[in-house]
Design a protein around this ligand. Sequence first.
Ligand code: UGA
Ligand code: MN
Length: 349
Amino acid sequence: LHTEVPYPEPSPCRGWCPRRWGARTMKSALCSRFFILLPWILIVIIMLDVDPRRPAPQLTSRPYFSPHAVGCGGSRVPLRRSSPGRDAAEKRNESRPQLQPEPRLPTIYAITPTYSRPVQKAELTRLANTFRQVAQLHWILVEDRATRSELVSSFLARAGLPNTHLHVPTPRRYKRPWLPRATEQRNAGLAWLRQRHQHQSAQPGVLFFADDDNTYSLELFQEMRTTRKVSVWPVGLVGGRRYERPLVKNGKVVGWYTGWREDRPFAIDMAGFAVSLQVILSNPKAVFKRRGSQPGMQESDFLKQITTVEELEPKASNCTKVLVWHTRTEKVNLANEPKYHLDTVNIEV
Ligand code: UGA
Ligand code: MN
């Protein structure tokens, strides 16, 4: 039997030689080099492409911000006033890193009292959707309850906002339609703010009482952020009129346009003013009072403790623009809601 065995060709070269290695070996060597270099090439491309001033992409859900997470809302789009000059300068320097950091924005602390009811989650959702668009905002949500609710806790955990979750129940004797609401909750928010800043020199900050059912324009936050002591502005859909507003003459508040109890020292709704953190800290005893306070007088009783009408800073074009509305949500019709749970699943609403 005779078989032809191919005779191996003698190699013409010494050392590394493509012919001796063979085409297949060479291909795999090139391949492995390519895969070693690939990640480095990608890293270089990404680094060249990243603009250091561009905010990180918005995460849809974020871990819970601890009460100490002030200013961690880095991924939110800052609301800033832009001048044409500044915009042009920004465009020119687009690819260069900014040499001078922007001065820190004062933090806006929004104190929101809230209580359990069928529309609670819907109200909080609307509010969070607004607040998420405001730079450097810390949300102090105060539940009118003896314990934190599961609904609000899990809502806040996914809200994507720096926040503090507090709770304090309104004593039963004060739960009457003719008595002021949310006194204890706003005071709990004030106490937290004072305690948090007791040891550090106060960072610039502005406090604002944001009820959970009102409607807030984004412009409002730009206006209140420059508050030096106490600022005021009009509120829409309140006091039995289309709006209420402070009357301004030569840049000073001289009276009030209101349809209800004009004799109030500060005829203004809770949504119509902001106070600087400095004023809150230098008046440690200023709180909302139950004793002797009637509904509609809470604002006056509080403001009397920290300021005077002459000192007020008018915002919103000398109080001629409505940037917040005292909206109230209709009570929901649950007439067909079964007495006992009938559905096969339990759904949070
Ligand atoms: C008006 C003012 O706009 C409020 O700032 C003021 O607290 C209230 O009157 C008052 O009478 O004390 P109004 O729309 O009548 O507001 O009040 P609500 O919106 O029902 O309550 C104000 C805030 O307190 C809301 O954030 C609400 O969630 C909260 N609240 C209300 C509680 O925490 N517990 C309650 O039992 C009721
Ligand atoms: Mn309300």
